[in-house]
Design a protein around this ligand. Structure first.
Ligand SMILES: NC(=O)c1ccc[n+]([C@@H]2O[C@H](COP(=O)([O-])OP(=O)(O)OC[C@H]3O[C@@H](n4cnc5c(N)ncnc54)[C@H](O)[C@@H]3O)[C@@H](O)[C@H]2O)c1
Length: 265
């Protein structure tokens, strides 16, 4: 029996990257997955990959910044599979070219970041909640970022809205814990997805590696496995928490790489 046998999971942003990996891993553990993405072709491709591996997936086109679209997504999931147990609010991000420092940041980008990362999470949780309660409990997994925990020279909007996602996660956990709905967040560190590879020069990728305690960057599956754990009943005593999955990036002192280089032999 899979760790998610009998569960129905909605995953937003499942048309590529981490969301696609999560959909495939959750399906591999027995969940029926609703693969939701703005990119219809990406969602269909993820659903095809799931079906090819013997799983069941429903691709749905959604714009998570539009509450009516999110409501339609949740309704489609329940209509197709008869209920809902897991919601992964995974879509997020900002444009690194316009999400700059305080004086140079584009305020329109800030508003977009609120919409794409924070409002989307709120919409998903609000529309899923009655179904999760009806199912006797469930799990919401929100995607934050290490940017919620540490300051940076740019990504002013990104860090602020991801920190707000963590706060929202705790409120949801406290408010709906009595109905056995858990809500946790994941803070990925640097993960090699198309989003990262397309936007960052090779030199920055190398410096990200040097900033990790582990000598490599994460894969989409590394985050997907954590999402499976949080979706499953194995984490039944875990709620309102932020799991940092970052290769030790935020555990490491800024002096560590230099000290490592000075170690004898
Ligand atoms: N990749 C990393 O290193 C990293 C690190 C920390 C946090 N994260 C977080 O992980 C999440 C996804 O990142 P990823 O790297 O998998 O990105 P990605 O670009 O590979 O995937 C994002 C998906 O979201 C979809 N999407 C974009 N706007 C949408 C909208 N309005 N409605 C519906 N779908 C939409 C895209 O089509 C895409 O398929 C984000 O919340 C991001 O902030 C990523």
């Amino acid at each position: 029996m899979g760790r998610l046998a009998g569960k129905v999971a909605v995953i937003t942003g499942a048309g590529s990257g981490i969301g696609r990996a999560a959909a495939r891993l959750m399906s591999g553990e027995g969940a029926r997955v609703v693969v939701a993405d703005f990119d219809a072709e990406g969602a269909k491709e993820t659903a095809r990959l799931v079906a090819e591996a013997g799983g069941t997936a429903l691709p749905v086109t959604v714009d998570v910044t539009d509450e009516a679209s999110v409501a339609d997504l949740i309704a489609a999931a329940v209509a197709e599979f008869g209920g809902l147990h897991v919601l992964c609010n995974h879509v997020g991000g900002t444009n690194p070219r316009t999400d700059l420092d305080l004086l140079r940041m584009d305020l329109a980008e800030f508003d977009r970041a609120v919409s794409l990362n924070l409002r989307s999470t709120l919409y998903g949780a609000r529309h899923a909640m009655p179904h999760l309660i009806r199912a006797g409990g469930g799990s919401i997994v929100n995607t934050a970022s290490v940017a919620a925990l540490v300051g940076d020279v740019t990504q002013t909007s990104y860090g602020a809205v991801k920190a707000a996602v963590v706060s929202l996660t705790k409120s949801i956990a406290v408010q709906y814990g009595p109905q056995r709905v858990r809500c946790n967040a994941i803070a990925p560190g640097a993960v090699l997805t198309p989003a990262l590879e397309d936007n960052l020069p090779e030199s920055v990728v190398e410096s990200l590696k040097a900033g990790n305690a582990l000598p490599y960057l994460g894969s989409p599956e590394d985050i997907g496995h954590t999402m499976v754990f949080l979706a499953s009943d194995e984490s039944r005593y875990l709620t309102g928490q932020l799991l940092v999955v970052d290769g030790g990036m935020t555990a490491q002192s800024s002096a560590a790489p230099g000290r490592r280089a000075m170690l004898p032999g």
